[in-house]
Design a protein around this ligand. Structure first.
Ligand code: HEM
Length: 538
């Protein structure tokens, strides 16, 4: 008797060989042999010892021993759902991407995340949120790997390990802490003025969203679109939630961290189960593709800058609706692999030095996180179109490739170089001009203005929002324990000394603040409960 068929992670029917839902009338080994007893190991007599011969015991324990895979190095804590994207057709003037054409329906999977906490950390901490969507389009997968904050901490991807090291738990004690209750994070921010813009968004109410359903999403970088005539435009992607943008108050976030640390995950799943499907409009800000790639004096390649919507309104181009919860969290939410290089014809990248590093980083990390080069064969990552990539073998190869000539062109398997025919639309990189230049490590002078948009963001907040932001800075800086410039050896000794009481009052960016004695946070009211409620769970 064959085990009954089930449903694949992406929703389609799968055959008996893939049916691992384990609800049949009997248990089998991994290779399909019926098992008589899975509750008692094979022993030499009732009192043992256990026999090495018990291959079912060894198979069961060995598989269990290897159940865990590494969590994502960032964005480890997340929740996802399936849905559908419907194009409005309004983007046709700027892009030929087929999934953006009018009324085209494209299946999608969206994963929301916090950035810094581990897989078991609390949902309502103050942090940036990820908002990544995989579109299974008729022209291959397109991934929009976005955040809920429109700018980033750094301008050059080579600094990504530095900002993440600064924001993750201190390496000596590995005490998980909320992003900003963190000596090294504030040390980094005080030494990198380009981080101020993202940081102020984090300290505003945007850092504690009420629900994933009530978050905006931003592609952050500028992308290049190409229309059917080959004309190009520069764009920034925006997700606008149908329910509007709402945040928790700090007190709500603190309490939820203790009472219901899975609050956002539960909220998303419950809403979908109840039929209250969350929905977002996808929009673009469109800029002329000028040689300098500036718009109204703003360098479009600088990921620490926005373009105000007053200067370039967001134009709606389609709607995303999430309507189906996952069947298996591990198979879908955990194994999904997003990559900014998953592009389709009509959408291309720009030379933003942050985006350029991301083009390398996602594949590289997934090679180890998902166990080798074949992770795009995992059901949730499979495109919904035929794949003919000539990739062979490697760990976890599931395909049975036929033929003898895995190379192009060949004269044995009927292979030939790609000859475009009518209707064929390969992805072709836009032949952007690279100006004759010498090799440099410097960034352009236009990246030097780190503060004018921080000021602009501050003035865009209402008085209540400004007050919340002041409280957030005061509270978070009040958690900073260590003085700067103490050297490695001084750290442990200083930690044990009594410190003068001092509420954090440093101005962001003020080096002077680093030389002051830091707060003796342990004697601050609320400190312990704050740690346990939010930071302690990370
Ligand atoms: C996840 C690298 C900047 C959004 C990740 C992961 C890495 C990474 C290694 C884990 C991926 C995985 O294990 O599958 C980088 C680097 C960056 C950068 C090197 C800068 C150079 C950004 C920016 C955004 C962003 C600017 C937003 C626009 C995300 C999201 C995820 C993620 C949403 C989670 C994807 C998921 O849900 O699986 N990033 N990142 N990252 N990153 Fe980035």
């Amino acid at each position: 008797q064959a085990a009954p068929a089930g449903r694949s992670a992406t929703g389609g029917e799968v055959g008996p060989a893939d049916a691992r839902h384990q609800q049949g009338a009997f248990l089998t080994t991994a290779t399909g042999t019926r098992v008589s007893n899975t509750d008692r190991s094979l022993k030499a007599g009732e009192r043992g010892p256990t026999l090495l011969q018990d291959h079912h015991l060894r198979e069961k324990i060995t598989h269990f021993d290897h159940e865990r895979i590494p969590e994502r190095v960032v964005h480890a804590r997340g929740a996802g759902a399936h849905g559908v994207f419907v194009g409005y057709g309004t983007a046709e003037t700027v892009t030929s991407a087929a999934f953006l054409a009018k009324d085209v329906e494209t299946p999608v999977f969206t994963r929301f995340s916090t950035v810094l906490g581990n897989r078991g950390s609390a949902d309502t901490v103050r942090d940036t949120r990820g908002f990544a969507t995989k579109f299974y389009t008729s022209e291959g997968n397109f991934d929009l790997v976005a955040n809920n904050i429109p700018v980033f901490f750094i301008q050059d991807g080579i600094k990504f390990p530095d900002v993440v090291h600064a924001a993750k738990p201190h390496p000596d004690r590995d005490i998980p802490q909320a992003q900003s209750a963190h000596d090294t994070f504030w040390d980094f921010v005080s030494l990198h003025t380009e981080a101020q813009h993202h940081t102020m968004w984090n300290m505003s109410d945007r850092g504690i969203p009420r629900s994933y359903r009530m978050m905006e999403g931003f592609g952050v970088h500028t992308f290049r679109l190409t229309n059917a005539e080959g004309a190009t435009s520069l764009v920034k992607f925006h997700w606008k939630p149908e329910l509007g943008v709402h945040s928790l108050t700090w007190e709500e976030a603190q309490m939820l961290g203790g009472i219901d640390p899975d609050y956002h995950r539960r909220d998303l799943a419950d809403a979908i189960e109840a039929g209250a499907y969350p929905s977002w409009e996808l929009g673009i800000q469109v800029f002329p593709d000028t040689p300098d790639q500036f718009f109204e004096g703003i360098d479009l390649l600088d990921a620490t800058k926005i373009v105000p919507e007053e200067l370039a309104p967001v134009q709606p181009i389609g709607r995303l609706t999430l309507h189906r919860n996952t069947t298996n969290f591990f198979a879908e939410t955990e194994q999904i692999a997003f990559h900014v290089g998953h592009l389709v014809p009509g959408i291309d990248v720009t030379d933003d030095p942050l985006l350029q590093t991301r083009l390398f980083s996602y594949v590289d990390t997934q090679l180890s996180r998902l166990g080798g080069p074949n992770y795009n064969q995992i059901p949730v990552n499979r495109p919904h179109v035929p794949v003919n990539d000539m990739f062979r073998e490697g760990f976890h190869q599931h395909a049975v490739h036929a033929g003898v000539a895995p190379y192009q062109p060949n004269s044995l398997d009927g292979g030939c170089p790609f000859i475009p025919g009518a209707g064929d639309r390969p992805f072709v990189e836009f032949p952007a001009e690279v100006p004759a230049a010498r090799k440099v490590r410097e960034l352009p002078a236009s990246f030097d203005d780190h503060l004018s948009q921080v000021r602009m963001f501050w003035h865009s907040l209402s008085p209540v929002e400004q007050q919340h932001t002041i409280h957030a800075y005061t509270f978070e800086l009040g958690q900073v324990l260590r003085a700067g410039d103490q050297g490695a050896a001084g750290g442990a000794a200083r930690r044990d000394r009594p410190r003068p009481r001092h509420r954090g009052r440093h101005r962001p960016g003020a080096r002077r603040a680093r030389q002051r004695p830091r707060a003796a946070a342990d004697d601050q009211p609320g400190r312990e409960s704050d740690r346990q409620g939010v930071a302690g769970r990370r």
